[in-house]
Design a protein around this ligand. Structure first.
Ligand code: E4P
Length: 218
């Protein structure tokens, strides 16, 4: 399973990249605003910085909600760097734009996906990635992980090449459960990635190994 980090924070991206397990980055307008990145030229410059920090795919979301606007924005974003993946909302014009970009060989990430039917449409439109938001479903007492399982089954039934990108991941168990269900990618905060490191028996075991080494070498 690929690990993407879901942030526009350059320090977090650099830390995840330095760990050696990072495959890409996802951003959205809220994450950019959280870092204080506003205005078209600053946003473009920020995407360029992110692409310099990582080797993998970097999702950049369009703001337009009409086909022509999405195509204009998406083409400008895709021209920034081959790493850029044009992120499109799952609305009718987003699906049309997805088909347009996939026909042109431009990578896409269809976002704001909350149902298996939406994921089927994204795959039919040739999306590179589909982003089911599991955390936001959990927030409204709906099983987000079940959506991953449903999409996996549908995509496998028909051999769709669209990669399932589990989004809105909040914690380590989401990461582990997505891996068990065969999600192709997960995107989450740095805490969900670093949380996978933790086990008290690792810490206790390491302390004992070092203590025994000291005893034998003093
Ligand atoms: C990523 O592509 C999504 O925009 C993001 O995972 C949404 O996460 P949130 O539900 O924590 O805002």
């Amino acid at each position: 399973m690929k690990f993407f980090i879901d942030t526009a924070n350059l320090d977090d991206i650099a830390e995840a990249q330095a760990l050696g397990v990072l495959d890409g980055v996802t951003t959205n307008p809220s994450l950019m605003a959280k870092e204080g990145i506003t205005g078209e030229s600053n946003i473009i410059a920020h995407y360029k910085k992110i692409c310099e920090l990582v080797e993998g795919d970097v999702s950049a979301e369009v703001i337009s909600t009409d086909f022509e606007g999405m195509v204009r924005e998406g083409e400008a974003l895709a021209a920034l760097n081959p790493q850029i993946v044009v992120k499109l909302p799952l609305i009718a014009d987003g699906i049309k734009a997805c088909k347009y970009f996939s026909d042109k060989g431009i990578k896409t990430n269809v976002t704001l996906v909350f149902s298996a039917g939406q994921a089927l449409l994204a795959a039919k439109a040739g999306a590179t990635y589909v982003s089911p938001f599991i955390g936001r479903l959990d927030d409204i007492s709906t099983d987000g992980l079940n959506l991953i399982a449903e999409i996996r089954q549908i995509y496998d039934n028909y051999g769709f090449q669209t990669q399932i990108l589990a989004a809105s991941v909040r914690h380590t168990m989401h990461v582990i459960d997505c891996a068990k269900l065969g999600s192709d990618v997960m995107t989450g905060p740095l805490s969900a990635i670093k949380g996978l490191l933790k086990h008290p028996l690792t810490d206790i075991g390491l302390a004992k190994f070092l203590e025994d080494y000291k005893k034998g070498n003093s």
